[in-house]
Ligand binder design. Structure first.
Ligand SMILES: Nc1nc2[nH]cnc2c(=O)[nH]1
Length: 156
């Protein structure tokens, strides 16, 4: 299937998601060796999950399919440029490529504005609109120290 056909599948998922009233206008698929191994739509409102963006849902399904926490050799097609949270998830999942249709500017026009989040990330912690502040009891680093010396850890 061509890149354009695969993108059309992601767009069709997004369209169906809106028409069915299931969630926001976003769809994504994960493809490996020409086969769709994961797909996702935005389910934020229907599943009461603010992290249920189309890309995250598709990544979860693909990882479950592969029984792996990485998407090496995979390509993600998403109906819209990923938001900052999804970009983070994508970097953790490590697919080979991401292709998107609509831009974040087009998403902003219909009310999905990522710009505020980008601006917040760039601000010093104390200037952010959500309180983010360190609480650092003496045992804070114990899990890190235990991880550093663990012989059974699975690094990612
Ligand atoms: N790309 C993308 N942007 C979003 N903005 C809000 N929800 C979503 C989503 O599911 N996907």
């Amino acid at each position: 299937m061509s890149n354009e056909n695969l993108m059309n599948q992601a767009i069709q998922l997004a369209q169906q998601n809106v028409v069915s009233g299931h969630g926001g206008p976003f769809g994504a698929i994960v493809v490996k060796d020409g086969k769709i191994i994961g797909s996702g739509v935005n389910e934020v409102t229907s599943s009461c999950d603010p992290t249920a963006h189309a890309e995250v849902q598709a990544i979860r399904e693909a990882c479950k399919h592969l029984n792996d926490f990485q998407l090496n050799g995979c390509v993600i097609y998403t109906s819209c440029e990923p938001c900052p949270m999804c970009i983070g998830a994508i970097y953790w999942a490590r697919p080979d490529a991401v292709y998107y249709a609509c831009t974040k500017e087009e998403a902003a026009i219909i009310g999905f504005d990522d710009q505020f989040i980008y601006e917040q990330i760039a601000l010093p912690m104390e200037d952010r609109s959500i309180i983010m502040s360190q609480i650092y009891p003496p045992k804070s680093k114990l899990p890190f120290e235990t991880w550093s010396t663990s012989v059974q850890k699975i690094e990612y």
